[in-house]
Design a protein. Structure first.
Lengths: 393, 293
C-alpha cells in the first residue's frame, strides 16, 4: 500500500468512525457532540422550594465549574428544570416532560419524598439514570430500581440513626413522638423495627398531628413516663409546638430530630421560647453548615450567580448530587450511553464529595449511596455546629 | 389535679380560638344561609397580613391587629361582591363552590407571596416568651393573653349584635330576609356586612393565634374544620352555640389526649359531635327540628 493509499484509508476510517460516533450519539437522548442535557425536577414554587429550587441552584454552580474547565470529554453540561410543586401528579408530569419533550440524558432531582416516589414508575419505565438529591422516601430506592441512585439519606437510615444516637448519648428511657400520616409512617415503622432489633421498647409512643397547636397532653404524659430522650418524627411545626410546651412544663429530655427539621437556626425561631432547643439535635444530609469555611468556594459561587441568595444546606444537597453525577459521567467515558452511566454509578466506592459526611458508595444491589447522617445542633445565641457523623449499615 | 388543671387551661385556650373561628362561620351562615368554605383561608391571609405589618414593617402589635381586622373585613366584603352577590339567586351548591374556589385562590396567592420565605413563619409573642408560675401551674403569658383576647372579642361582637343598629339589622335579616326587605332594610348591604364581620372575626383570631402557632399558607383548612365542627356542635346558627361548641371541642381534645392517649386528640371531639348530632340533629343550640303546623 502506497503512502497516498494509506492516508486515504486512514482518512476514510476516521470519517467512518466519526460518523458512527455521531450516529450512535444521535441515538442517545440528551447527548450531542458538545452538550449533555441533564434534567431536574422538584418544587420551584411553594414552600417545598427549599428541597427543589435551592438544590437545583447548587447543581447549576457545579455545572458552571465543570463547563468553565471545558466540560466532560468536551461536552458542556446543560440543566433543564421542571417544577413539581411537591405534588405527586405534577412530579409524574415533570418527569414525563423531561424524558419525552426535553429528552434529557439523565436526571438529578427529587425534592419532596411523596412526589418523587409517585414518579418512580415513570422513571423505571424509561430506564433513565437518576440521582436523588433530597427525597428520603424508602420506596424510591427499595426495592432496588436498576437506574435510580440516591445520595440523600433514606427514612429508614435516619430512623436507625436517631435510635443509635440516643443510645450513644447514654439515654436509657427513650420515647417516640410521631406523626402518623404517610410521611410519618415511612419513618415510624422503620424506627419501631430498629427498636425491636435492639431488643428495647420505647417507654412511651405518642402522636401529634401535623397541624397541632398544643402539645400539653403529650408533654405531660412523656414527663410522667420519665423519658430521658424523645425521638421526634414530626414536621417543624408540630415539633416547634412540642419543644415550646416541653419548655413550659419543665421537661428537658434529649430531643432527637431528623432531616424534616433540617435547619436548627430557623427551628429555634419557630419554637420562639428561649432555651427550648438547647437539648435538640437533628440530622443533616451534609457535614457542613453554610457558614463553614470548608464550603467558602460554593458560598461565593452561589452568591455571585444568584444575587440575593445566601448559601444554604439545601444548596449543598444539589452540589453533592451534581459532583456524584459529574464523576460518573467522567467514568462513563466519551462514548456516552445510559448503560455506561449506570455502570459507572454502580462502581462508585467511597467517592469523596465536598459536602457529605462520608464517601459515596453505590453497589449493584444497594443504591442507597449515602449512609452517613451528620448530627447538628444550635445552642441558644450560637451558630449551628456539627456534632459528628453516625455511619449506619 | 395539676394534670387536670393543665389540660383544662390548654383546652380552654385552644377552644377559645376554635370558638372565634366558629363565630365567623356562624355569622355568615346565619345571615346568608351559606357556609363560607374560604373562612379558613381568610384566617390565614389576615394572619400573614398582620405578620407583614408587625414583623416586616415594625408596626406595633395592637395597631397591627386592628389593621388586620380591617383588612379581613375588606376581604370578606370582596368575597360578597365577587362570589356571593352575583350568585345569590343560584342554588346553594354554586355558592359553596364559589367559596371553595376563593379558598384555593387565597391559598395559592399566599404560597406565592409567603410560601417561599421559610417553611413556617414565626410570629413574635407580645408578652415574654418565658413561662410564669400561676399557683402550681407553669403558663406561657401569651396563652393567657389569647384566652383573654378571645373572650374580649366574643363580648365585643355579642354587644355589636345586641346593641348596635347594624347588628340588630343583621339579626333581623337572619331571621327573615323578605320581611327585613319589606321594612326597608337593605338586605344586600347586610349580607356584605355579614361577610365582612365574619372575616374580621377570623382576622382577630389569626392575630391572637399567630404567636402561639406558626404561619404557613396551608394552615387555613385545618382551623376551618375545627371551627366548622364547633359551629355544627353549637347549632350552626347560634352565636352562643359557636362559643360553647368551640370550647367543648378544645377541652375534649385536651382531656382525651391527657387521660386516654394522644392518638385520640384528633378524633375524640368528632366522636362526641357524632353522638350529639344523633341525639339532637340541629346541634346543642340549634332550632328545634320539627314542629306541628
Amino acid at each position: 500500500m502506497t503512502l497516498t493509499q494509506s492516508l486515504k484509508a486512514g482518512l476514510i476510517s476516521v470519517l467512518i468512525a466519526g460518523t458512527a460516533t455521531q450516529v450512535s450519539q444521535a441515538q442517545v437522548p440528551g447527548v450531542t457532540a458538545d452538550t449533555i442535557k441533564i434534567g431536574s425536577f422538584g418544587a420551584l414554587t411553594g414552600p417545598g422550594y427549599l428541597y427543589g429550587k435551592l438544590p437545583m441552584n447548587g447543581i447549576e454552580v457545579v455545572f458552571d465549574e465543570v463547563n468553565a474547565t471545558g466540560g466532560i470529554n468536551g461536552r458542556k453540561l446543560v440543566l433543564v428544570r421542571e417544577d413539581d410543586r411537591c405534588d405527586p401528579a405534577a412530579a409524574i408530569g415533570a418527569v414525563k416532560k423531561l424524558i419525552s419533550e426535553d429528552k434529557v440524558f439523565a436526571i438529578i432531582g427529587g425534592g419532596c419524598s411523596n412526589a418523587t416516589f409517585a414518579a418512580r414508575a415513570s422513571l423505571d419505565e424509561a430506564k433513565i439514570p437518576m440521582i436523588v438529591m433530597a427525597s428520603v422516601h424508602d420506596g424510591i430506592t427499595t426495592p432496588l430500581s436498576p437506574t435510580i441512585f440516591s445520595v440523600a439519606l433514606t427514612s429508614t437510615l435516619e430512623s436507625q440513626a436517631q435510635l443509635e444516637y440516643a443510645i450513644s448519648q447514654g439515654a436509657k428511657r427513650i420515647a417516640v413522638i410521631s406523626m402518623r400520616d404517610a410521611w410519618g409512617r415511612a419513618r415510624y415503622q422503620p424506627l419501631m423495627e430498629a427498636f425491636q432489633k435492639k431488643g428495647i421498647k420505647p417507654v412511651l409512643d405518642e402522636e401529634m398531628s401535623p397541624d397541632a397547636n398544643d402539645a400539653t397532653a403529650q408533654v405531660l404524659r412523656l414527663k410522667a413516663a420519665n423519658a430521658d430522650a424523645v425521638l421526634i418524627v414530626l414536621y417543624p411545626k408540630p415539633a416547634a409546638i412540642f419543644l415550646r410546651d416541653a419548655q413550659k412544663l419543665g421537661f428537658k429530655p434529649l430531643a432527637v430530630g431528623q432531616t424534616g427539621i433540617a435547619d436548627p437556626a430557623a427551628f429555634e425561631d419557630q419554637v420562639g421560647s428561649p432555651g427550648a432547643t438547647a437539648q435538640f439535635r437533628t440530622i443533616s444530609m451534609v457535614r457542613y453548615t453554610p457558614e463553614d469555611p470548608a464550603v467558602d468556594k460554593w458560598r461565593k459561587a452561589i452568591e455571585s450567580k444568584f444575587s440575593g441568595d445566601r448559601l444554604s444546606v439545601f444548596n449543598l444537597f444539589g452540589i453533592g448530587a451534581a459532583q456524584v453525577m459529574v464523576e460518573a459521567l467522567k467514568r462513563a467515558g466519551p462514548d456516552l450511553t445510559r448503560e455506561k452511566l449506570v455502570a459507572a454509578l454502580n462502581g462508585l466506592t467511597d467517592f469523596k464529595t465536598d459536602v457529605y459526611g462520608a464517601g459515596i458508595t453505590c453497589t449493584v444491589t444497594d443504591h442507597r449511596c449515602n449512609k452517613a447522617p451528620t448530627w447538628i445542633a444550635k445552642e441558644p445565641g450560637k451558630p449551628v455546629r456539627v456534632l459528628g457523623v453516625t455511619k449506619v449499615e | 389535679m395539676t394534670l387536670l388543671a393543665y389540660l383544662l387551661l390548654s383546652g380552654l385556650t385552644t377552644g377559645a380560638l376554635y370558638a372565634l373561628i366558629a363565630l365567623g362561620i356562624v355569622v355568615v351562615n346565619k345571615a346568608t344561609g351559606v357556609i363560607n368554605f374560604a373562612h379558613g383561608e381568610l384566617f390565614m391571609f389576615s394572619g400573614f397580613f398582620a405578620w407583614m405589618l408587625h414583623v416586616q414593617m415594625g408596626v406595633p402589635y395592637l395597631p397591627a391587629l386592628l389593621l388586620a381586622v380591617a383588612f379581613g373585613f375588606m376581604l370578606g366584603v370582596l368575597i360578597d361582591l365577587t362570589a356571593f352577590r352575583p350568585l345569590k339567586n343560584s342554588d346553594v351548591i354554586s355558592l359553596v363552590l364559589a367559596t371553595i374556589g376563593i379558598a384555593f385562590m387565597l391559598r395559592g396567592t399566599a404560597r406565592v407571596l409567603w410560601g417561599g420565605k421559610s417553611d413556617y413563619l414565626p410570629f413574635p409573642p407580645i408578652t415574654s416568651p418565658e413561662p410564669v408560675m400561676i399557683g402550681e401551674l407553669m403558663v406561657i403569658p401569651q396563652q393567657l393573653l389569647v384566652l383573654a383576647g378571645a373572650i374580649v372579642i366574643m363580648l365585643v361582637f355579642a354587644a355589636f349584635f345586641r346593641l348596635t343598629r347594624a347588628g340588630k339589622m343583621m339579626q333581623a335579616t337572619a331571621d327573615n330576609a323578605k320581611a327585613s326587605t319589606l321594612v326597608g332594610i337593605r338586605v344586600d348591604r347586610i349580607y356584605m356586612l355579614s361577610f365582612g364581620t365574619g372575616a374580621a372575626i377570623a382576622a382577630a383570631a389569626a392575630v391572637l393565634m399567630a404567636p402561639l402557632t406558626l404561619l404557613y399558607p396551608d394552615m387555613g383548612f385545618s382551623f376551618f374544620i375545627k371551627g366548622f365542627a364547633a359551629a355544627v356542635l353549637g347549632g350552626l346558627t347560634s352565636l352562643p352555640g359557636a362559643v360553647v361548641g368551640g370550647v367543648a371541642i378544645g377541652v375534649i381534645e385536651a382531656l382525651a389526649g391527657g387521660y386516654l392517649h394522644s392518638s385520640f386528640i384528633e378524633v375524640s371531639a368528632f366522636i362526641v359531635i357524632m353522638f350529639v348530632l344523633i341525639a339532637r340533629p340541629t346541634g346543642l343550640f340549634g332550632p328545634s327540628g320539627l314542629r306541628r303546623v
